[in-house]
Design a protein around this ligand. Structure first.
Ligand code: ZN
Length: 133
């Protein structure tokens, strides 16, 4: 598979508004806007950093994946997303290598990107997202 760059770092927060106080207010990152992805019960907010971005994730529901993550591990770093040239090809290669995936097929994430998550059990504990845009 061809990994092009780190697309973004996902950070779980209780509140995007509070998160903005640090990421924009203190660090001076530009807030690019937010988007709710209903299927994932999450609102995302993006802050470009050079060629990559910081993505804040706030759950829209107590039973959403981000709420569950925070319940288990607390707020903070949640996932790293690599931009790949071809996500279908990357998933096929991972499956052939017996890597456990959360998403067998790409789905549509924030910004219309095609995304898929690898299972943290297969990565040494890091939630890894692949994305193609
Ligand atoms: Zn992400």
């Amino acid at each position: 598979m061809e990994i092009l760059k780190i697309d973004h770092l996902g950070i779980a927060v209780n509140s995007i508004d509070d998160g903005k106080n640090f990421w924009s207010g203190v660090l001076g990152l530009r807030f690019e806007g937010s988007e709710t992805v209903e299927t994932q019960k999450v609102t995302t907010a993006f802050f470009p950093v050079g060629d990559s971005e910081v993505e804040l994730l706030e759950s829209t529901s107590p039973d959403g994946p981000v709420a569950k993550f925070i319940e288990k591990k607390g707020t903070g770093f949640q996932h790293v997303a690599f931009r790949v040239a071809n996500i279908e090809e990357a998933l096929k290669e991972l499956k052939e290598n017996g890597i456990q995936l959360i998403d067998q097929q790409p789905r549509i994430g924030a910004g219309g990107a095609k995304i898929a998550f690898l299972h943290p059990k297969a990565t040494g504990g890091v939630l890894v997202e692949l994305c193609e845009r």
